[in-house]
Structure formats: C-alpha cells, structure tokens
Design a protein around this ligand. Structure first.
Ligand code: GDP
Ligand code: IMO
Ligand code: MG
Length: 424
C-alpha cells in the first residue's frame, strides 16, 4: 500500500510539479486532491516547458492513471484548454479520470472573486481571481454544483437558474456589477459536459483498488502549508486544506493508508499575493533572487516576493504535515549570491521564539534571527548529480537545514529540468 503525498512547505511554487513528474516514473496513479487552477505546476523536460494548472503532473509519463479527485474545484473551460494544449503537444491523455464529486467553478465564482478583491481595496488578499474562494464557499454553504450534476443536463440547468437568482442579486445589489445570463451559461457548460463525460467516473474506487493491489499512488499537493485555510497566515490563504491531512478529505483515503509524506521547499522563500513574510527581502537581495530564480508566477505572471529560507516555518510545516522526507529546489539559484542567510528563530518583544505565531499582529512584530553562510557564485552546480560533487559551502547549507528540520533530504534540485536533481 505505498501511498506518497507531496506537499508544499512554504507559500507555494516550491517546485512540487517537478517532483511529481520525477516520482511519477515509479508510480501507477497520480492524484490531485485540492485547489484548482490557482495552481501552476511547471515541468521542464528535454528543453520543453509545460505549465499545468489542473491536470496532475504525472500526465507526461506514459501508461499512468491521472486523477482529479473530489477535493479539487474545477473550471471546465480551463481544464479543456489544458487538455487541448497537451493533445496538441502529443501527450497521451487516455488515462485521465475526473471525480463526479468535485465542485465546479462557475462564471459567477470568477466574477465574485474579482468583485470581492476590488471591494477589499488596500486589504485585498491578492487572490488569483480564478473563482477559487467563492467556489469553496458555495461547497461549504451547500449550494455548489458538482461535476456529476453537469453530467445531468436537466438538473444542471435547474441548479444554474437557482444559483444565479441569488448570485445576480449579490453581483448587482451588493457590488454594483453586471448580472450574468443563465441561458448562455447553461449552453456553454453543457458543451463542456459533452467533452468531459468520457473522463468522469468513480475515481475513489480506482484509488482504493490500486492501494489494495499494492500499486503506488502519488498524491500531488497544490498550494502549500502557509496557504492552508486552517494553518496558514489566515486570511492571506487559499480556501482549501493543501496540507497532508487534506489528502484524506480531498481524495477519500484514511490516514493509515499514507506511507510517505514529502515536503517540498525552495532554498529560499517566495510568496505571491498579500500577507506577512518575516524573512522578506524587499530590496536588492530579493531582486537578485527573483532574477536568478525567474520568480514570476506560473499562473498570473506576477513577480514573486522573495526572501531568505525560514526554518521556523519549516519546523512548523514538518509538524503540521508529518513529513518523512524533504525535497529542495533552487540550490543553484541561492548559490549565485555571495552571502546567504538562514532564519533560525524569531525575536518577539525581546524574546527568541521558535514557534510560528497565529496572530498576524505578532507575526508583523517578529524580527528574524539569522545564521550566515557563504554562497558559491563562481561554481556552476547545475550539472552536479551527487551530493559530494557540490561545493563545501552548499553542503554546509543543506546539512544545517536538514538539522533544523529534523527530517532527511531525499532530493535536491539544481535546475528546472527533470534530470537536474541529486538523490540522497
Ligand atoms: P509548483 O507550483 O510548486 O509546482 O512550482 P512552480 O512550477 O510554480 O514554480 C517552480 C519554478 O522553479 C518553475 O519555474 C520551475 O521550472 C523552477 N524550478 C524547479 N526546480 C528548480 C531548481 O532546482 N532550480 C531552478 N533554477 N529552477 C527550478
Ligand atoms: P501552486 O500549486 C502560489 C495564493 C494567491 C493568493 C492566495 C489566495 O502553484 O504552488 P486564491 O486564488 O487561491 O484564492 O488566492 O493564495 N496562491 C498561490 N501562490 N502558488 C500557488 O499554487 C497558489 N495558489 C494560490 O497568490 O495569495
Ligand atoms: Mg506554482
């Protein structure tokens, strides 16, 4: 029953997609269990770059089953666009399955996401405006429409009309926006339904049968621990549970079925959108990291906020997710700097703390405590494939992170390509 979960340990974009693509080589099934097309997962293979938003990052491997499970919110237009994009590049898509329990992102969700963000003004969350929050809100409010409903045209039309009566009132009367037209939405979505029907099936049975047969199931996290709606920097979070526990509800597997939980980090920290960021370098250091690491959002193209690696966050992520191993990316990027800092604690009101505060006010008052390391700007490590081939400065940095986390590294990334990793 080997089930491996891959989770972002920071604020997203750690390079989860790259590790899923690598680990998918030895997996039978790859499952996305949370989030929606707010995610952007990059795979680089033979010089070609693929950006996936909804389809599991195992899709480029042959003969794998890829599943979009119940915990994901699906924008059918985006999903079909992604399918078309992959087909035009000759990816094989025969084994893609979609859960009928997954909720749909409807046009009013995108509209309300944008209106709410505008309304929040300077207190905006910096969402991706993809309708994620409103779709999960409707799921919790029990007015959501599911993929299975879309497969029943009469029911779907009825649900759209019922929903839109309320949503249009909110759009018009609360936000002063333009009402949406039910007929055109029904027509548009029933067109998607025809194309999506062959992929929709009971995926939970597929996952459980595979686990019973001892097959290897890989669960692909989207977003990350500090974007988790319960354990992240609320309210500057996404609307789902992208932590390891989210697999249980997002794919319908019990905790005892999970054998391995891998946490993915960058050798520094990035964040897109608003919210606290203790080690942020809003200066020439952050600019250098952004340029060396090409830190611009895969989904929205926004420049990512950059800062030092934060071991206080890492230890918290280890605890929340129960990581059994760590994967790091961008060791090549951070080594281009002359000096590197690693945050080992926070100073709050003159006292050093090593827990991650839940209060945003306290977080804003925390001053990072750093340990200093040397970079290795004259050494190009992108071709290194063994730990011992790394310069001593790089090895010291990696070993110290491992010591602070209390969890061993499994892989270290030295470039964006599938091949650019060091296995430990
Ligand atoms: P995800 O959302 O966690 O899958 O990560 P993204 O794909 O949004 O962002 C990770 C970015 O870093 C992508 O552009 C990757 O191609 C790139 N990347 C991943 N690993 C490495 C690495 O080890 N070195 C470098 N230089 N780039 C990497
Ligand atoms: P991957 O899977 C980075 C951020 C948004 C915003 C907040 C809420 O590629 O790591 P939302 O649209 O979810 O309501 O936005 O969450 N965010 C991400 N940041 N990587 C992601 O996914 C993200 N998904 C959401 O920028 O700050
Ligand atoms: Mg991403």
């Amino acid at each position: 029953m080997p089930a491996t979960v891959v989770i972002g340990a920071q604020w997203g974009d750690e390079g989860k997609g790259k590790y899923i693509d690598i680990l998918a080589h030895d997996a039978d099934i790859i499952v996305r269990f949370s989030g929606g097309n707010n995610a952007g997962h990059t795979i680089v293979h033979n010089g070609e770059r693929y950006a996936l938003h909804l389809i599991p990052s195992g899709i480029l491997r042959e003969n794998k089953t890829c599943i979009i499970a119940n915990g994901v919110v699906i924008d059918p237009k985006v999903l079909l666009g992604e399918l078309d994009g992959l087909m035009s590049r000759n990816a094989r898509l025969a084994n893609l399955y979609i859960c009928p329990r997954a909720h749909l992102i409807m046009p009013w969700h995108r509209e309300l996401d944008a209106l709410q963000e505008t309304f929040r003004g300077e207190h905006g969350l910096g969402t991706t405006r993809r309708g994620i929050g409103p779709a999960y809100s409707d799921k919790a409010e029990r007015s959501g429409i599911r993929m299975g409903d879309l497969m029943e045209p009469d029911l779907f039309a009825e649900l759209v009309r019922r929903n839109l009566a309320v949503k249009n009132a909110i759009i018009e009367k609360v936000y002063g926006g333009k009402p949406l037209n039910a007929d055109s939405i029904i027509e548009e979505y029933l067109g998607y339904a025809k194309r999506l029907k062959p992929y929709v099936r009971d995926v939970n049975s597929v996952i459980h049968q595979a686990l019973e047969q001892g097959k290897h199931v890989l669960f692909e996290g989207a977003q990350a621990t500090f974007l988790d709606i319960d354990f992240g920097t609320y309210p500057y979070v996404t609307s789902s549970n992208p932590i390891a526990g989210g697999v249980c509800t997002g794919a319908g597997v019990g905790p005892r079925m999970i054998s391995e939980v891998l946490g993915v980090i960058k050798a520094y920290t990035t964040r897109v959108g608003s919210g606290p960021f203790v080690t942020e370098q809003n200066n020439e250091i952050g600019d250098a990291i952004r340029e060396y690491g090409h830190e611009y959002g895969t989904t929205t193209g926004r420049p990512r906020r950059c800062g030092w690696l934060d071991a206080v966050m890492l230890k918290y992520a280890v605890r929340i997710n129960g990581f059994t191993g760590l994967c790091m990316n961008h060791l090549d990027t951070i080594g281009k700097l002359d000096h590197i800092r690693l945050c080992t604690g926070y100073r709050l009101n003159g006292v050093i703390i090593d827990h991650y505060p839940s209060s945003l006010r306290e977080l804003a008052q925390c001053e990072p405590v750093y340990e200093d390391f040397s970079g290795w700007p004259s050494v190009d490590i992108s071709g290194a494939r063994h730990f011992n081939a790394l310069p001593e400065q790089a090895r010291l940095y990696v070993r110290r992170i491992e010591e602070l986390a209390g969890v061993p590294f499994r892989y270290i990334g030295v470039g964006p390509d599938r091949e650019q990793i060091i296995a430990l």
